[in-house]
Design a protein around this ligand. Structure first.
Ligand code: PCA
Length: 328
């Protein structure tokens, strides 16, 4: 899907003569697939990043974002970037457990519950994530978190027993496992298909941020949002290392510099919007609030089970990652 345009010297001059409104095509164009809606702050942030790179590189590199799973679906994006079908893309990190247990670290229940802790976990474990990506020919550009995760349901839920048999939307292996441990019935569904899945009754419940519930108008299908603050998953923007190395050094530096700017802007935006999203759920008629004591205790117990299972899978490296975070 990478398209290369080269207009230099006479060709460029000719093109300019042909049309006054013609803007000089970029030397290199990168299509950037993303899974979430254009109006979500992750996508808006990436679009801003793309614009800044295009401008600061003087048009040497043009990045064009494709939100909403329009170019590749969410669960295809990682592979597309790894195989070079797309030079750059954005993916939910914790959906990549099959690629390495370290990617699931940010969906371990109750390891981090707020932005400061989430940032600390990221700063401590970024080199480990980068190493796994490097082995796959990928380079991490930046990450942005989702707000804390809460439980969306149609009916009041006082304990995990109330979730028995409920059709539950999962977005990764961890949320599927969580559903199983609750006695619910998980189905993996990408955010782009969420509205339809709830509208058709394929699912009745999920755990996600206020952000994704807002994007999908979940108040049309659910009534409650329990702020479990279960974990804070992140999206990451990755680039195919070969494609990146194909850029000249100045352009590479522009990409890295603007990635850093996008990362800081994205983290700030997530924090700024977190409560606003929850207020919007309430304004649209949902009952929002903390989980009751029993529900909270049940989730804590499930969290311990899941952490134990993850540690078995992730081995010494996993334990080292958690220890390094806790030592900070
Ligand atoms: N929204 C994404 C992942 C986590 C979140 O808050 C989703 O539901 O797909």
């Amino acid at each position: 899907m990478t398209k290369h345009f080269r207009f230099t010297g006479p060709a460029a001059a000719m093109a300019l003569c042909m049309s006054a409104s013609f803007t000089l095509a970029a030397d290199v164009k990168w299509d950037m697939p993303m899974a979430y809606p254009a109006t979500n702050y992750h996508s808006e942030n990436a679009t801003q990043f793309a614009k800044e790179v295009t401008e600061a590189s003087g048009g040497k590199l043009e990045i064009v974002t494709h939100p909403g799973g329009s170019l590749f679906k969410g669960d295809e994006i990682f592979r597309a970037v790894r195989t070079g079908q797309a030079p750059i893309g954005e993916r939910l990190i914790s959906a990549l457990g099959n690629e390495g247990p370290i990617f699931e670290l940010d969906s371990l229940p109750f390891l981090v519950t707020n932005f400061a802790e989430s940032r600390k976990l990221y700063d401590t474990t970024r080199p480990m994530v980068e190493k796994v990506l490097a082995d796959k020919g990928l380079t991490l550009l930046y990450t942005v978190p989702w707000p804390p995760q809460g439980l969306y349901t149609k009916n009041e839920v006082n304990s995990v027993a109330d979730m028995k048999g409920v059709k539950f939307r999962a977005y990764n292996a961890a949320t599927s496992r969580l559903a199983e441990l609750m006695g619910a019935v998980p189905t993996k569904i990408e955010a782009a298909e969420l509205t339809q899945a709830f509208a058709t009754g394929a699912v009745d419940s999920m755990i996600s941020s206020g952000s994704t519930g807002y994007d999908s108008k979940l108040w049309e299908h659910t009534k409650y949002w329990y702020n479990i603050q279960a974990w804070m998953p992140k999206n990451m923007v990755i680039v195919n290392t070969e494609a990146f190395n194909g850029l000249d050094e100045t352009t590479r530096n522009v990409v890295l510099e603007k990635a850093k700017v996008a990362e800081d802007r994205g983290w700030a935006k997530a924090e700024e919007l977190a409560n606003w999203y929850v207020e919007e759920l309430a304004k649209n008629g949902m009952t929002v609030g903390p989980a009751g004591d029993q529900l909270k205790a049940d989730f804590m117990a499930i969290g311990e089970t899941m952490t134990g299972e993850w540690l078995t899978k992730a081995g010494d490296a996993g334990k080292a990652a958690i220890d390094a975070y806790k030592a900070q």
